[in-house]
Every structure is written in structure tokens, then in C-alpha cells.
Design a protein around this ligand. Structure first.
Ligand code: CNA
Length: 272
């Protein structure tokens, strides 16, 4: 299970981190309260604030990071049953995780729908308008076209309900970079069997890891998500393999036996 915290290392702000989160930085969007930007009723009243934010978050502006490639490596090893993400940035897809393994529980910018005639459009068709700060309109009926991102007040996509069969089958649940504040997604953390270990990799304790007694086999890796994932990869003996995968995928040079920080420093030295 993943949330906005796995994409902050890619430069995308999350919602709730004090100071840097979007909820603390929404003054420029001229909205009555932070959640309005993702509320469907407010969108019908005024879609402009959402599209201003969409321009910033639009896929193509950001790249996957260590965390996304760790999930990709789980898949390459045949160990990923499914990734349930709340993110709408498309970075899981960009990291090479196939759509069959991906549940984008809060939707995606990859497709869009006219709010009036319900015609579907590829997300790409909206790109030019969004990047030019225009509200995209349906060529047929002139209705506003909305990316298929799930707003508060909208139903989750059908694929979300795969959880009913996925979670009972899991033998490990990894929860990364989420405040577990948004339902029904948050409750999935309780949907694995009691005997299944749950690993939380997050800056702070969240959801059932706080308000219910943690399960005896919960593992808490608190702190920066990249450091936590790096430690996890190290324990699994996958660090070199992961660094190599990232190097191949990003077209960068591979520095074996390095930490992420060391690698960043070496890249900086190379640039200088
Ligand atoms: P959130 O409520 O903002 O929580 C993020 C969590 O991640 C918090 O607990 C943070 O402490 C933690 N966190 C942030 N950065 C790091 C880091 N570097 N290391 C460790 N922990 C970190 O976000 P949720 O995803 O839980 O909330 C659900 C919303 C956010 C969904 O509906 C998303 O659509 C929405 N969202 C998505 C994106 C995106 O697609 N990247 C960006 C912003 C918001």
C-alpha cells in the first residue's frame, strides 16, 4: 500500500506533511478550504483550482525514485502480488510496474471523462490545455473534461475491489508513505490475515499502527521512506541489484556498493 510519501523524494508534495504539504500551500488556488480542491461538488462549481494544481502534478514533470524501483524489483522477482496506490502521479507505471499489478485506487491522469456526455478521452488529449492553464472542454458537447482522478464524493474504480481477494492471499503487507487518513483505502491495512507481518515504512506512525494495538508481527521502520526502503533492500541482499536496475532504467552510471546518498554525491562530483 502506498501514498503520496513515496513520491515526495521525486519532488511531488504530499497532502499533509506540515509546511511542505499541499494543504499548507494552497493559498494561490483561491479555494474556501483545502479539501475543496478535490471535492466533486466544488469542481462542478469551479474547476480552475483543480486544473491549476493538475498542471503542477501533471505526469511527465516527475520521475520515479528508489521506492518505485523497489516495488518494480519485487515484481521482477515474482514477489509482487499487487501494489495498491493512492497516488495519481503515474510514477508506478513509469517505473515499469505493469497495469495488471497496479491498483490506482484514487484514479489516474491516464484517462479522462467528459462531466456532461461521459465521453472517454486519453489523458494525453488534455495535456496541452492543462499545461496552458486552460480548462479542457469536450469537443462534442463543450462540457468540462475531468481526468479520471477520484475526488472526495466519487466512487473508487472497480479494480479497487480486487482487495477482497488479494488481501487474504498476502503473506506480507508493506505500507509506505501514507498517512492512512483516507477511507476506504486506509482500512485495507487491516484486511490481511492476523498472522501476516505488516511493515510500515513512513515518517510517522499512522492509522491502525497507532490507534489499535499494533499486531505482534508488525514491523515499524520510521523515518525517511528512501532510507527505510534502502535498509529493507539491504536486509534482503538486493541493494546492488536494485542500484543496477535504477541505473539501467534511468540511463545513469551504476556505482556498485554505494548508498543512495553516496551515489548522489558521486553523480554531483561527475557533473562538477
Ligand atoms: P498524505 O496524507 O499527505 O500522507 C503522506 C504521508 O507520507 C505522511 O504520513 C508523511 O509523513 C509521509 N511522508 C511524506 N514524505 C515522506 C518521506 N520522504 N519519507 C517518509 N514518509 C514520508 O498522503 P496520502 O497518500 O496518505 O493521502 C491520500 C491522498 C493524497 C490521495 O488521495 C492522493 O491522491 C493524494 N496525493 C497524491 C499525490 C501523488 O500522486 N504523488 C500527491 C499529493 C496528494
Amino acid at each position: 500500500m502506498a501514498g503520496a510519501g513515496i513520491s515526495t523524494p521525486s519532488g511531488i508534495p504530499d497532502f499533509r506533511s506540515p509546511g511542505s504539504g499541499l494543504y499548507d500551500n494552497l493559498q494561490q488556488y483561491d479555494i474556501p478550504y483545502p479539501e475543496a480542491i478535490f471535492e466533486i461538488n466544488y469542481f462542478h462549481h469551479n474547476p480552475k483550482p483543480f486544473f491549476a494544481l493538475a498542471k503542477e502534478l501533471y505526469p511527465g514533470n516527475y520521475k520515479p525514485n528508489y521506492t518505485h524501483y523497489f516495488i518494480r524489483l519485487l515484481h521482477d522477482k515474482g514477489l509482487l502480488h499487487r501494489i495498491y496506490t493512492q497516488n495519481i502521479d503515474g510514477l508506478e507505471r513509469l517505473a515499469g510496474i505493469p497495469s495488471t499489478k497496479l491498483v490506482e485506487a484514487h484514479g489516474t491522469f491516464a484517462t479522462a471523462t467528459c462531466t456532461v456526455c461521459q465521453t472517454s478521452y486519453p489523458g494525453e488529449d488534455l495535456r496541452a490545455d492543462i499545461l496552458e492553464s486552460k480548462v479542457p472542454k469536450c469537443p462534442t458537447c463543450k462540457g468540462v473534461i475531468k481526468p479520471d482522478v477520484v475526488f472526495f464524493g466519487e466512487e473508487l474504480p472497480q479494480c479497487f475491489f480486487l482487495y477482497l481477494t488479494d488481501f487474504p492471499l498476502a503473506d506480507l503487507l508493506v505500507v509506505m508513505g501514507t498517512s492512512l487518513e483516507v477511507e476506504p483505502f486506509a482500512s485495507l491495512a487491516g484486511a490481511v490475515r492476523n498472522s501476516v507481518p505488516r511493515v510500515l515504512i513512513n515518517r510517522d506512525l499512522v492509522g491502525p499502527f497507532v490507534y489499535r494495538a499494533p499486531r505482534h508481527n508488525d514491523v515499524l521502520e520510521l523515518g525517511d521512506v528512501v532510507s527505510g526502503v534502502e535498509r529493507f533492500a539491504d536486509k534482503l541482499g538486493w541493494k546492488e541489484e536494485l542500484n543496477k536496475l535504477i541505473a539501467v532504467e534511468t540511463g545513469k552510471e551504476w556505482f556498485p556498493h554505494c548508498t543512495v546518498v553516496e551515489r548522489l554525491n558521486q553523480t554531483k562530483q561527475q557533473v562538477n
